[in-house]
Design a protein around this ligand. Structure first.
Ligand code: MIC
Ligand code: SF4
Length: 635
């Protein structure tokens, strides 16, 4: 009586183990993906592992850093292209589209496994692929043939009944779940969808839901592979990849949530968190300055056809700037072929590249105190590049009608025909370069590519607190994105200057003055993106440990991989007793016992912490991080 997720895990186990939540499972990976912002470090780490050729079907995408303001992005692209060719990785060139969208169109296969250096890799769950977001080093390990180890999550069954009304969309389903479960409600869980309602959702709609499962903190999300999956794959010319897949009848789940699609209304996530969910109708007084449509959540061909239908023959409001970024070259090509692109242009929309664009702060920062409506998945404070902007997350339909009216508006009142899958998708894979693994061709590293910092084996800690932060700190807070910072993803020394810069301008200088120290945090520390730089930069600044009330999954592993000890308060009240610059002494660490004493020398008090580390993670910590541990294993 197994869930679909457990069935796929079982068929990919590298060592037999009882499928009980909490047990460590080692999962063989069939596929990997990287994108350019996380990819350079991933491939530098892969090179350091000394393998000849990757073991997985691997894709490297250029979709995040495409502004090329200065030589840095272009240096990264050249490195990524040449290193991909050497190691046998397919290379999706800038302009071909956002990694998750292209992966879904051209590569995802039901029943296979995928690990990606991007937190939204579970987008592939819409295809029935079991997919995980992870840090770059975990992805490099998967490429080197090392199975992915995780604590087996619980499985939540989300049963969908009914059918969405016109104007209500897949985005509203996942926003509903975010309202129910919050941004930490999915930690340690897989969300598996079933019920009559899923038959009404196409693969791209399902992928909007699995994509934003990342915002629940979920390990991954998955839909069965059924007739809708077959239809999508056939229309993508990949009918041969189809297999039917579902959970066992009467599968046992750890939790069941039911959502009746008939009752759903358009929703939005208000500033500054994806779980701050409100009903769109209740916000009809909010005047809008900017609307941004796109991102890996909502930029499929059907999404943009719906937008075009709503905008057709209308002009956007004079006070609104509307931008559209396309999910992929395929989407853009098909909009152009169908004439929908003409409707978008005629409405006054500003057309951007088929990349992440404004979602990662690469341009289109709103005006001061501006209201921006975005079809994206994250509205964390400051992520848009304007610190006092108010960012709301909505569906493409809500975005389109609001762009016309100039106020947040309800799309159920609009008369438009909802798009269905086309007869056939237009296929042109010429922007995906096939590797020839020629060792004679050089791997080109321009001056922007610097070495990866390497961790040190675990030892006693006697350090001061460098920053104390609250609950739900995102990796965007730790290492911000945007056009000024992202070009230095391959240069940890430089990017470390920006660490925590939006919260505390003195953090970097303080770390330099005291030669690093300890971070103290509240609940769900490190939620959001998988960016390993949020661990690599602290490693470079000699941060030895983070003591938090709890951690988000990917970041906790990134800390371990980079030899920074993630410790958890046993009594959460002790969080209050620690202040900035308190000196903390933590001894006899190598055993990594369940109860560890922390002596606060400044306050002359003791407190106790624990950790969530598996035996394997303890060993990684002792050896000074995952790269050292892999190298030691080989020698
Ligand atoms: C994001 O949406 O935050 C990103 C940018 O795609 C990140 C990866 C990164 O920081 O490069 C993610 O989601 O993992
Ligand atoms: Fe790109 Fe935004 Fe998706 Fe991250 S969430 S992969 S930045 S589109």
């Amino acid at each position: 009586m197994k869930s679909l997720a457990y069935k796929i895990i079982e068929s990919h186990l590298s060592e037999p183990v009882e499928l009980k939540p909490g047990n460590i499972v080692k999962i063989k990976m069939d596929n990997t993906l990287t994108q350019d912002a996380t990819g350079t470090m991933t491939y530098l780490q892969l090179e350091a592992m000394g393998i000849d050729k990757v073991f997985t079907k691997s894709l490297s995408y250029v979709d995040h850093n495409t502004l090329q303001d200065g030589f840095m992005n272009a240096d990264d692209h050249k490195y990524l292209q040449t290193v991909a060719n050497r190691y046998g990785v397919y290379f999706s060139r800038a302009g071909n589209g956002i990694c998750h969208q292209v992966q879904l169109e051209r590569f995802d296969v039901p029943g296979e496994t995928l690990i990606g250096a991007d937190s939204h890799t579970p987008t592939a769950g819409g295809m029935g692929t079991l997919s995980f977001g992870a840090g770059g080093l975990d992805v490099a390990c998967a490429m080197a043939g090392i199975p992915y180890s995780i604590k087996l999550p619980e499985v939540v069954n989300v049963k969908l009944t009914g059918k969405l009304k016109n104007g209500v969309s897949a985005k509203d389903i996942i926003l509903k779940l975010l309202e129910i479960k919050t941004v930490k409600g999915g930690v340690g869980k897989i969300f598996e969808y079933s019920g009559e309602g899923i038959k009404t959702l196409s693969v791209p709609e399902r992928s909007t839901i699995t994509n934003m499962g990342a915002e629940l903190g979920a390990t991954t999300s998955i839909f069965p592979s059924d007739e809708n999956t077959r239809e999508f794959l056939e229309k993508q010319g990949r009918g041969h990849d189809y297999i039917p897949l579902s959970a066992d009848e009467n599968a046992i789940y750890d939790e069941v949530i039911e959502i009746d699609l008939d009752t759903l209304v358009p929703l939005c996530a208000a500033p500054h968190s994806p779980d701050n969910v409100k009903v769109v109708k209740d916000l009809s007084h909010v005047k809008v300055d900017q609307v941004c449509i796109g991102s890996c959540t909502n930029s499929s061909y059907m999404d943009l056809c719906n937008v075009a239908s709503i905008l057709k023959g209308k002009k956007i409001h004079p006070d609104v700037s509307l931008t559209i970024s396309f999910g992929s070259k395929q989407v853009l090509t098909m909009l152009s072929e169908s004439g929908a692109l003409t409707d978008l242009i005629a409405s006054g929309a500003r057309l951007l590249e088929a990349t992440c664009g404004p979602c990662i702060g690469m341009g289109q920062s709103p005006r001061s105190k501006g209201v921006s409506l975005r079809t994206f998945n994250r509205n964390f404070y400051g992520r848009s590049g304007t610190m006092d902007a108010e960012v709301y997350l909505v569906s493409p339909e809500t975005a389109a009608i609001s762009a016309i009216n100039g106020y947040i508006s309800d799309a159920t009142e609009v008369n438009y025909k909802k798009a269905t899958l086309p007869e056939k998708f237009t296929i042109d894979d010429s922007m995906i370069l096939v590797p020839d693994c020629d060792k004679q061709k050089p791997i080109i590293k321009g001056p922007n590519i610097k070495d990866v910092p390497i961790g040190k084996p675990l030892s006693d800690i006697d350090k001061k607190v460098m920053i104390k932060v609250k609950d739900n700190i995102t990796t965007d807070h730790i290492s911000p994105a945007g056009g000024k910072v992202l070009p230095y993803r391959s240069n940890i020394e430089k990017i470390s200057e920006f660490t925590f810069s939006q919260l505390d301008k003195d953090f970097y200088n303080r770390c330099k003055e005291y030669n690093g120290g300890i971070i103290v945090a509240g609940e769900n520390y490190g939620q959001g993106s998988s960016r390993e730089v949020a661990a690599l930069a602290p490693l470079y600044l000699n941060i030895k440990a983070v003591i938090a009330k709890s951690f988000a999954r990917i970041h906790e592993q990134n800390l371990v991989n980079n030899a920074i000890l993630p410790l958890v308060f046993i009594d959460e009240k002790d969080y209050e007793s620690i202040d900035l610059l308190d000196e903390l002494v933590i001894k006899n660490l190598t055993e990594l016992n369940d109860k560890i004493e922390v002596f606060n020398k400044t306050k002359n008090i003791k407190l106790y912490v624990t950790h969530n580390l598996s035996e394997e993670q303890k060993e990684i910590m002792r050896q000074g991080g995952l790269l050292n541990s892999v190298k030691n294993r080989k020698s």
